[in-house]
Design a protein around this ligand. Structure first.
Ligand SMILES: [Zn+2]
Length: 214
């Protein structure tokens, strides 16, 4: 939580088509994991502020006023990109969220578990923490004995290399590596999705200065 806020303004290619009320819907998507976080409305001022401050601004239809997402909750959205759809009447706002995007406290306005596969996988693994190791394999992986999760990562990695190159079997073993790698990281107290953040930074995206470290 801090430092490097981008300062250069974003540009929008194309001319937005606002509706009769002067509004355009803005879909906010997590740049790193692809989750659709929320939908809100922008007027020309909100869009302009969003592009220049690289923070998400919207128009509240109920309060009839501009509002900056996170101004009171702290759960701001750092904006990496804004683009128009094919009809120029809907915006996609690519963001890094500072915290839960929904006013209910959920990660997204469609719930905590709405999200792409790897995000759901990390959530599923986390949900098994504290489960009965007798009945939950994931709970065993997350348990005090690190050697189980660690040896599974090594074992499954070797199986990827041993599988016939290009075979379906190789892909299945690779999936096993990903699963056990996520479990090992979770077991070690690391949010597995931080791997996605590192990859995103290598793609040139700003560090997740707005996202809480898990
Ligand atoms: Zn919501």
């Amino acid at each position: 939580m801090s430092e490097t806020q981008p300062t250069d303004a974003l540009t929008l290619s194309g001319t937005p088509r606002f509706d009769d009320d002067g509004l355009i819907p803005a879909i906010c998507q997590d740049t790193v994991d692809g989750s659709v976080l929320m939908l809100a409305w922008m007027n020309v001022d909100a869009l302009e502020r969003t592009l220049t401050t690289r923070r998400a601004w919207f128009w509240s239809r109920s309060r009839a006023e501009l509002w900056e997402k996170g101004a009171t909750s702290g759960n701001a959205l750092a904006v990496h990109d804004v683009r128009l759809d094919c009809d120029q009447d809907a915006l996609l706002v690519m963001v890094s969220p500072a915290g839960p995007s929904c006013h209910t406290g959920a990660r997204t306005c469609w719930g905590d578990d709405a999200g792409p596969l790897l995000t759901r996988l990390a959530g599923t693994i986390e949900s098994r923490r504290g489960a009965d190791p007798e009945t939950s394999y994931v709970a065993r992986l997350l348990g005090a004995d690190r050697s189980l999760a660690a040896s599974k990562v090594a074992e499954e990695s070797a199986e990827v290399l041993d599988a016939v190159p290009g075979s379906d079997h190789q892909v299945e073993e690779a999936a096993d590596v990903l699963f056990h790698l996520f479990a090992l990281l979770a077991r070690d107290g690391v949010d597995p999705l931080r791997v996605l953040d590192v990859l995103a930074q290598r793609e040139g995206l700003p560090p997740r200065w707005l996202r809480d470290d898990a």
